[in-house]
Design a binder for this molecule. Structure first.
Ligand SMILES: Cc1ncc(COP(=O)(O)O)c(C=O)c1O
Length: 434
């Protein structure tokens, strides 16, 4: 036992920590210089052979573990800092945010209740408030950090369900649930939430696109038809920065359509809401303030390390109503707790203090630099697009003004023999910081 405690002691020192931070800094340096591949050529099975070993009964020295990481883990990891890396919407993370990660783990504050995370809870409210202001929301707004856009959209639609069917938490959604209206290019997080919430996928009403954006005339027509048929609409979901093409739905047109009809507008800005930081691109989000909820992923275009998602709501009471959870041992009705505790507003119970790295990113880089980083990524997407336009094997389907981590331009590669083959070109929002 004393040996165990002494190894915990020695693992808590700066020297021990340096073993791991050195791995990280070496990795960043080695992947930024552009040598070597972006990704491994080994299959998962080949990699698995390296780790095909019994569960260790006894531990090994920390130095040996670090060496295993260096030799067995790092070489086949994707190199997100590599200048040729493009795609997947996963960023080469901002260094100051990387270095906040060990601190988040060391502090291990849980956002379940303020009592468990006195400062982190306050900081989460702080960053959420900043982001609400950027979105054009007023003093009643609020939100929560999430694991990402999927959880944010699920939670938004849960809140919309509570507004449309107030007793759904106890009684279920009934035999005739309302529908959710979304664009054909909505991320699957939307249809997944519709199914998860018990509405049934057949109650997703899909609006076709025009030039890769939700066709607003078709939306107006459909909303009119649904009203005539007496079908209730739980929410309309618009996308601000679509996954495949980076297109933004016209919130300025969609917002008033929803507003006139008293409909909940959720904007999935997981990819594109970071444009709010940019002088040059925030106009893409004109009309965003019509939204009643917004999903925004700082772990995409803001280059935060996974995970950092955010859900914003125009009225915090909507989020309070979403989870009608009773857990008296943890949640109390005291005014102070009600004001600060985030657990009642979150899908998760124990939750990491990811707000800390977001706060650090704002402290270190400020909105101006983060906005310029957004612009830089758009520039990379445009450059990639221009390059592909000249390429004989690619046919751009849409001029991308906004970068997207996965596809700035979906292209059709024409096989020389003439039979078309679909492929996708990834223009890196996150391709390169050089
Ligand atoms: C538009 C959009 N919404 C939602 C998501 C899901 O976000 P996450 O992977 O963070 O859950 C993505 C991409 O992953 C996305 O591009």
């Amino acid at each position: 036992m004393s040996e165990l405690f002494s190894s915990l002691e020695s693992d808590s020192t700066l020297a021990a920590a340096t073993l791991f931070t050195r791995l990280a800094t070496d990795y960043l340096a080695a992947t930024r210089d552009g040598s070597g591949p972006v990704s491994t050529s080994r299959t998962s099975s080949e990699i698995a052979e390296r780790f095909d070993e019994p569960l260790p009964l006894d531990g090994m020295p920390l130095e040996a573990v670090a060496e295993r990481l260096r030799h067995d883990v790092l070489p086949d990891c994707n190199r997100l800092y590599h200048p040729r890396y493009a795609g997947h919407q996963v960023s080469p993370p901002l260094p100051a945010a990387i270095w906040t990660e060990p601190l988040i783990a060391a502090l291990n504050q849980s956002l379940a209740v303020a009592e468990m995370s006195p400062v982190a809870t306050v900081l989460e409210h702080r960053v959420v408030q900043w982001m609400c202001e950027l979105a054009g929301f007023g003093a009643d707004a609020g939100g929560t950090l999430t694991s990402g856009g999927t959880e944010a959209t699920f939670t938004a639609l849960l809140a919309a369900r509570a507004a449309a069917i107030p007793d759904a938490w106890t009684e279920g959604v009934g035999a005739d649930p309302p529908v959710v209206v979304c664009g054909e290019h909505a991320h699957y997080a939307v249809s997944r939430a519709i199914a998860e919430l018990g509405l049934g996928l057949n109650n997703a009403v899909v609006i076709p696109s025009r030039r890769w954006r939700m066709d607003t005339e078709a939306l107006a027509l459909t909303l009119g038809q649904l009203a005539e048929q007496g079908r209730r609409v739980m929410a309309v979901v618009a996308t601000a920065g679509s996954t495949a093409t980076g297109s933004f739905d016209e919130l300025e047109a969609i917002g008033p359509l929803c507003h006139e009809r008293g409909l909940w507008l959720h904007v999935d800005g997981a990819h594109g809401a970071s444009a709010l930081l940019s002088e040059r691109h925030h106009e893409q989000l004109r009309g965003l303030a019509f939204a009643r909820s917004i999903a925004w992923d700082p772990h995409k275009m803001m280059l935060l390390p996974l995970s950092a998602g955010v859900l914003l709501v125009r009225d915090e009471r909507d989020l309070d109503a979403a989870f009608a959870q009773r857990a008296p041992y943890l949640f109390t009705d005291e005014e102070h707790a009600h004001q600060w505790d985030q657990g009642p507003r979150s899908f998760q119970c124990s939750r990491r203090a990811d707000a800390l790295k977001l706060w650090v990113a704002f402290q270190r880089y400020g909105m101006r630099t983060l906005g310029e980083i957004y612009d830089h990524q758009c520039g990379l997407a445009r450059a990639m697009h221009a390059h592909l336009e000249q390429h004989p094997q690619f046919e751009p389907t849409r001029r991308s003004t906004h970068s997207t981590g996965s596809c700035a331009s979906r292209t059709t590669a024409r096989a020389r023999a003439g039979s078309p083959r679909r492929t996708s070109a990834t223009a890196g929002s996150c391709a390169s910081r050089s």
